[in-house]
Design a protein around this ligand. Sequence first.
Ligand code: PLP
Length: 397
Amino acid sequence: MIPKKGNFSKLWGLEPSTVFLNHGSFGAAPIAVLEEQTRIRNEMEEDPVYFVEKKMNDLWQKSILELSKFLNADPEGMVFVTNATMGVNTILRSLKLSPGDEIIVPDHAYQACRNAIDFVTGRSGARTVIVPVPFRVNDESEIIDPILSAVSDRTVLAMIDTVSSPTGIRMPFEILVLELQNKGVDVLVDAAHGPGIVPLDIRKLNPAYITGNCHKWLCTPKGSAFLHIREDKREEVNPLNIGHGYSSDLSPAEKFRFEFDWSGTRDPSPWLCIPFSIGYIGSQIEGGWDEIMRNNRNMALYGRGLLCDALDIIPPTPDCMVSSMSSVEFPWSGDVHPPSPDGDPLHNLLFDEYRIQVPIISWPIHNAKYIRISAHIYNSKEEFEYLSETLKSVLRR
Ligand SMILES: Cc1ncc(COP(=O)(O)O)c(C=O)c1O
């Protein structure tokens, strides 16, 4: 029987018969946020020219300001991109690399972002330095030490996740940014899982670059992400789309804004929903986003405990390395191959027979498969109990 959903599930249009435990992949937007998007789109289509010329800039800057306030960032360095992949590409493809330069990336990094590093190092004769980082750790130093040890006098950049994608580890990114930048290495923070899942204070963190998605944990419509560039780096970075702003005769700060804010015609509604989504979801629970993140983390910890119990393993990391998302190894013998387009057979079985939407992630570089759970306010404890009981029965087969 399909378990009861969380109290807030009525705010989402998620399929009632699905046990949705994969917020991490693409987020999920509440009904009210999608209605706000429709309202904005309707307003735009009443007179697209008037909207773009007279209304949009104020709304856009309001979104920039609200998100900057939420993340304690300098609004002048805050720009919007479609997704974190684009944020990462924007930085990497603006770098002027020389042969022999090195970019550090841990072996938990999201493949698309890894690929973008390989692309820019490959075309310039630079080198991608992949740092093996264990999945099972007793404390953060087991992650920090190998990454810091990989720094050489040729390291120009390190890409560090806030929460890793396949392994669901809340990375010690604050310490890593500090230590790496103290060694003279710029850090690009991949906060695809950033806003709404870990506390982020960009002024305090002070990374050279940070990009993150709003469409995951802030539950905005898909295609709403940000890129924040520290002041000393702004003149070196161009958007992927070179557009009108490039030839403008403006001050560097104005040109930076113009280049990123107008990268050609596109639907602005996902980004314009950011203030609404932050306010709407943040007002559902007393204590706002801090409390939401705490609740979601507690739920993920509860789910992880049940998973470990079902698989008869001990938790892979200390609790402090769990956010609203967590992975454990799925028992597997033999070689692990890259994910097939048909989906992992166990994922398909869990979905087809039990209506559970949970990712089983093949990670060949670790020769491991991970099962990753996510918790947002629409989830219930019963859903994680159902997953755990289902796994026990599937494993008995
Ligand atoms: C760590 C990490 N980086 C980047 C991405 C890419 O996000 P997007 O598809 O929104 O670009 C993801 C997606 O899950 C991710 O987990």
